[in-house]
Design a protein. Sequence first.
Length: 224
Amino acid sequence: MPVNVENYQRLKKELGRSVALVAVSKTKPVSEILELYRLGHRDFGENYVQELVEKAAELPSDIRWHFIGHLQSNKVKKIASFVHLIHGVDGPDLLWEINKQASKRDRVIDCLLQVHIADEQTKFGFYETELDDLVKNFYDLSYNNIRICGLMGMATLTDDTDKIRGEFKYLKKLFNRHAAFGGWQSSFRFISMGMSSDYTVAVQEGSNMVRIGSILFGERTAKV
């Protein structure tokens, strides 16, 4: 199925310059990614490590790859040399491993801290108290090869717009609370929330980075 160019152009106009659009290309073929690339798009999101590695090897080197899924610590090394932004940093162990692998490659990796804002226990992320503890102890952790660039959250999968809005408001409150922390003040600027089903509400509540898949590519292909 070809990329929906009309939807892409509408989204770009709707979001403007203030909201970054990450095109979620997971399970989609290289040919469809190239369609958006030729329209000038450079930010693409993947949530399977092996799929990301394979696509990065085939596609132009100026693509900014966002890893948006749950990242296992033992797979960080596979993407550490080229990933642009890791969205789902959901615990201190993963932070430590990203820092370790980035140090080995003499680079600094940009990260978003994932916050647990949904009711579903299947979703990952820091809880509020864990986030507070991380800030409190950040200077002692010697994370010299990671740059904290903001927060990410996934709302509950529901048709209840008020509930979704409340969860996004909560993430924005945490974002505002920690934005002035000196340990990452200069880099802390992204609040990544909102997907195809709820990005409008997310933007209304302060999101400046959305992760859009089905609106652009259609429903994702099931992995075999």
